[in-house]
Design a binder for this molecule. Structure first.
Ligand SMILES: Cc1cc2nc3c(=O)[nH]c(=O)nc-3n(C[C@H](O)[C@H](O)[C@H](O)COP(=O)(O)O)c2cc1C
Length: 150
């Protein structure tokens, strides 16, 4: 059986819930990607802060210990859509690793943009990974999760 890690970033909780559902469905370990910087809870202010990071291609520092990836062969990476791609802290996380022999399964929650805007960034930041096209994290169903990670 494959060992699965679900690493996620969530600002307002939607991606956290989806990540918990995925982890419960396939018996995966959960890891929350956290930045040292706290983003404003107010969405408009958060959008302004995140836009500055996005435009400058910032890699914000992470807090907490990074997980060891040795024991996992499938890495699910979940995040909200921020400016049509992932939050920059997710790229900080991904760029810490060499994913040789591993498969990365991104998924994105969003408010209409759909999940595809992150695919180029995922490929560029997941060194040596087999990166699957991002899954739509809105309204995930148990059967779809099982088929996705089979
Ligand atoms: C900084 C910021 C940028 C966002 N940019 C987009 C976007 O480009 N397209 C979109 O559909 N939703 C966008 N959203 C909405 C979030 O992607 C959406 O609400 C997401 O599901 C929230 O997930 P979370 O609760 O895990 O943080 C943005 C939200 C924030 C805070």
């Amino acid at each position: 059986m494959s060992k699965v890690l679900v690493a996620y970033f969530s600002h307002s909780g939607k991606t956290r819930k989806a990540s918990q559902l995925i982890a419960e469905t396939v018996g995966a370990e959960l890891y929350e990607i956290k930045t040292v910087r706290e983003y404003p809870q107010d969405e408009d202010r958060c959008i302004d802060v995140a836009r500055v990071e996005f435009n400058a291609k910032v890699r914000p520092d992470l807090s907490g210990e990074l997980p060891e990836l040795d024991k996992f062969d499938k890495i699910v990476v979940g995040f909200p859509c921020w400016h049509d791609t992932c939050p920059m802290g997710v790229l900080t996380f991904l760029e810490q690793y060499d994913f040789t022999g591993k498969t990365v399964y991104p998924f994105m929650t969003h408010e209409g943009s759909g999940p595809n805007g992150c695919n180029d960034d995922m490929k560029a930041s997941c060194k040596n990974a087999d990166v699957k096209p991002a899954m739509d994290g809105n309204g995930l169903k148990i059967d779809a999760i099982k088929a996705w990670l089979a």
